[in-house]
Every structure is written in C-alpha cells, then in structure tokens.
Design a protein around this ligand. Sequence first.
Ligand code: ADP
Ligand code: MG
Length: 368
Amino acid sequence: MTTPGTSTGTGTGLGVRGVTVLYRDEDGTVATAVDGVDLDVAPGEVLALLGPSGSGKSSLLRAVAGLEPVAAGHLTWDGRDLAGVPVHRRGFGLMFQDGQLFPHRDVARNVAFGLEMAGVPRRDRDARVTELLDLVGLAGFGDRPVTTLSGGERQRVALARSLAPRPRLMLLDEPLSALDRALRERLAGQVRKALTATGTTAVFVTHDHDEAFTVADRIAVMDHGRLLQVAPPADLWHRPATRRVAEFLGYEAFTTAPSRPSGTGTPSGPFAALGAPDGTVLAFGPGSLHRDQDGPVHGTVVTAGFRRGVVELVVDVTGLGQVTVVEPSGAYLGGAPAPTPGDQVRLRVDEGAVARVPNATDGPVGRG
Ligand code: ADP
Ligand code: MG
C-alpha cells in the first residue's frame, strides 16, 4: 500500500481519439464544447490543459472522467475502451476549484475517505494518511477540523484525499483558481511535486499559463473546443505553433523574418540579424527587447509603470508595434526618474527571448 508509483504501470495511459462533447439546450440548439480532440497522456506524465474560459477544458475533462457523454470519438485507458465504464470504475481521481471537503470529518478522516470506501485496513490507512499529509506539507494537521483551514490548506487536503487511493489518472479542474496569486504560484509547485513524487498520471486544467508552465511536463493549448498545440513548456514558449497560441501566451508584436532575395546579400533593418528561415514570424513580448543607448531599435515610450518589483515600459517600437520592456526597478532607487510617455528610447533585441512562429495560419491540430 505504501509503494509509490504503482499507478504508473507499463501501459499506454490515456488515449483521446476524435472526442466531441455537445450540449443541447431546451429549444434543441446544439453547441459544440469539444470538437474532435486527439490527445495522449503517457503513464506518469502531468499534462496541463490550458485555454481561455469557455474553450472546452472542463467539458473534455468531464468526458474523460465519465461525467459527460461523448458524442463522437472514443476514450481509452491502456488501450482499452472506456465506453460503458462508469465514473467510479475508471479508477480516476477528481479535484475541483472548491475541494468540497467533508465538513464533519477532520483532516485525517477526509484524506482517509477513499481508503475507507475501498476497505483498506485501519493501520494501512493511517500510514497512508500520514504519508500523504507529509507530501502536501500538512504533517501534523490530521486532527484539525477542516472548518479551521485556510483556502490553500483546504485544497492541499483535497489533493491528499484524491491521491490517497492511488488513482491511475488524476483529473484536476482549476484546483488553485480560487486562491490569491502568490499562494497559487507556491501551491502549483507543490502540486507538481506531489504528482511526480507519487508517479501519478494527471491532466491539470487551467486558464493561467504561469500555472501550466509550473505544473506540466507537456501543455495542450485549447481554444474553441480544439487543441491548437501540444508541446513541452519550453517548446511551446519558444516555438508557438501559430500566432493565436503566441498571443495567448502573452506575445505582443509580430513581424515576418527579413527575407534574403537571392544574390542581394544580407537583409537590412534592426531585426535583420535574427536568424530565422524566410517567412517565419518573429514574436516579441515582455523580455524580448532591452533598453540600450547604442541599441539598433528605436521606440517611443507609451506608458511606464511599477509592477511586481520591476519597471514595465510599454514602448511603441518602430517597425514593430507596442512591446513591453521590463527593467529591474533597482535602477530607479533614490527617486531616479523613470521614462515618461513620449520619451524616445533605444533598444536591443534579446534573440533568445524572441519566439519563432513557424506557421502563420491558425488551423487546428489534433485531428487526423
Ligand atoms: P472551460 O472549462 O474551458 O471554461 P467549458 O468546458 O466549461 O469551458 O465550456 C465550453 C463551452 O460549453 C462553453 O461555451 C460553455 O458555455 C458550454 N457549456 C459548458 N457546460 C455546459 C452545459 N452544462 N450546458 C450547456 N452548455 C455548456
Ligand atoms: Mg472550466
């Protein structure tokens, strides 16, 4: 009972093939929430499903859980079809934004719930509860009434409770979204640690890209019911498949890589040195440009503001458009004046912080 990683097994994990989820309202109108999604989640992998509100993330997750009917396509676990397998027989764990703890059970008995249901003997149960509370950073909290816990503590109890019965797949739907930002960032790291330490395969739904990048081995970007791109975090960040993905990640301005007409030597212009194949779209965002008094790029300050310990300048960059330039605020200690709107600035490009968008069209991926 206490061997970690038994949920990884040697199978192929979750398979999603052409899955469509439809909603029909009273007057018979049909809306497509999930539109022919293909996706694999390997054993032990943590996949983040990232997309704006209303993009179909919860609908897809609920379909995987068996809570929502699949209108087309099919779902498999280790290659076996899940059609007809009821929610409680799938062996999947679920966790939501509001962890919905049992108010009349203390912390330990909340975590023990699934183990009690499975008829796990008392001693094994107690050992597992201690192990899980330790894992989520709540050692010694076993006797606490859940009504005395903070929001972050509650969600950690909910996570421990879901993980206790060793689900073969954990499905987490915006589990941190009700918490404030600083706590969310800290807990995202803890959730990742708890999932990876137990070897748990997981799908983590979020609309927050920072959270997705912290938690996931791979990120699936969803929009209007379709997957736009599925990639490891660094690949997604540096090589967003389409402009829409790049915009969703926070890239602000785009330009086509300078072309090299045959026999005319090297291209000119401030972005000419950026190595990229012809036609590649270069995407600029916060961190792509830095102030440099000798820099080749010119711009005009639009706004300047202090935010989370840095000074952010929105600069209208000549030949590019508005891009946020981030500077350490230490440069302005003692009241040194920050740039003001209308100031002319010169910039250099941080080539490693410019994304290459290989494909300017925005067709969906994930369909055969
Ligand atoms: P997300 O989790 O990404 O915010 P959802 O899966 O909740 O997105 O919703 C996707 C789309 O399906 C939205 O347009 C939403 O309004 C619609 N939808 C979700 N649940 C229902 C429902 N129970 N009945 C009708 N439409 C729904
Ligand atoms: Mg949702």
